[in-house]
Design a protein around this ligand. Sequence first.
Ligand SMILES: CC(=O)SCCNC(=O)CCNC(=O)[C@H](O)C(C)(C)COP(=O)(O)OP(=O)(O)OC[C@H]1O[C@@H](n2cnc3c(N)ncnc32)[C@H](O)[C@@H]1OP(=O)(O)O
Ligand SMILES: O=C([O-])CC(=O)C(=O)O
Length: 378
Amino acid sequence: MANETTSFVAGLEDVVANTSDICFVDGKEGRLLYHGYDIHDLVNGKASFEEVVYLLWHGTLPTRAELNTFTRQISEQRALHPKVLAFLREVPADANAMAVLRTAVSYAGLYDPDDGDESREANVRKATRLVAQIPTIVTTFERIRQGLEPVQPDPELSAASSFFYLLRGEKPDEFTERAFNIALILHADHELNASTFSARVTAGTLSDMYSAITSAIGTLKGPLHGGANEQVMRMLLEIGDLSKAKAWITDALAQKKKIMGFGHRVYRTEDPRATHLRKLSKEAGERINELKWYEMSQVIEGVVKEQKGLNPNVDFYSASMYYALGLPVHLFTPIFACSRISGWTAHVLEQFANNRLIRPRAEYTGPTHATYVPLDQR
Ligand SMILES: CC(=O)SCCNC(=O)CCNC(=O)[C@H](O)C(C)(C)COP(=O)(O)OP(=O)(O)OC[C@H]1O[C@@H](n2cnc3c(N)ncnc32)[C@H](O)[C@@H]1OP(=O)(O)O
Ligand SMILES: O=C([O-])CC(=O)C(=O)O
């Protein structure tokens, strides 16, 4: 039954649900802008992830002094509350890393010193802690599950370098830091993607920052969204060999299977993030003398393009790139969250600054004149 307003659009495709200054996605031209700055310029200009977080939150690029202060504010907040650390030690070692992150973030909210203060200043401080601590949660749980002791954060390190330090206890080489910094920049924001929409819906009820981010993490986890990067790598590992890639994908498409890492709700052309990640996947493979995953990805891209006209999205080449950097597959989606927390928090701050409850309608398809039959007569 149609409701009295507008007609139903499956998946809210192309429905405009809010205004935002943060991010522009041009699906036809394949452009992605953060507050007007093209991601290609941010990557080619060697921006740091911290610079991009500042841009997303404040709408302008920081001066050197502003960036130094901002970077320090983040890096000094990396250590976890002892209660959160204790929680990570109790989690079953085989728990899903995104489920652990979702629960740990929700739990960390209870111990945030600004819990209960809903001023913009307090919410910026909460956002800073979330950007700083989500990577610590991800890496610390990974070490604990491997039977290793957590590493104390080093505030002198960049976000990209710190991730590897907290994971492995040693700083990454220059290439790894550069590649990871670019990956963090590329995943930082993407307009009203599903997880950001979740965050804004939660914030729109005037709930709190941690509730909004917990909603977002749960939404990112799914394989149609951020979870696709892990599925891409599992597919590559299942295919196993370059010589099998073409036949495997052709067969999968013939069976009408969805190929993870392809297709997009908005892009009708190359996802501009994939352009950088493809290049980095190749470079990362060359460095370890293992180009197999990149080459298989190339074959898959060719077949899917030819047979379905679909382009790779951000999750396709990030998979083989992370793998070549030696990162465990089950951390790929949590790594996405380490970056996207910057965009989620920017959107929550924007929602709070100009809020209206987000409450769409459903087109009712159920019965309308059912007759109640008392329980003992059914
Ligand atoms: C960070 C991100 O979230 S990026 C996206 C990550 N997700 C993935 O990579 C999962 C694989 N991709 C998909 O499932 C989809 O392309 C999505 C979820 C990204 C977009 O979904 P939608 O906009 O709803 O597109 P929808 O699923 O309706 O696809 C339209 C058509 O393209 C086909 N198609 C879309 N993606 C794929 C794919 N990856 N493999 C094979 N066919 C596909 C669909 O089967 C459908 O074909 P049909 O019209 O013949 O039935
Ligand atoms: O925009 C989307 O629908 C998904 C996406 O690419 C992202 O979240 O980065």
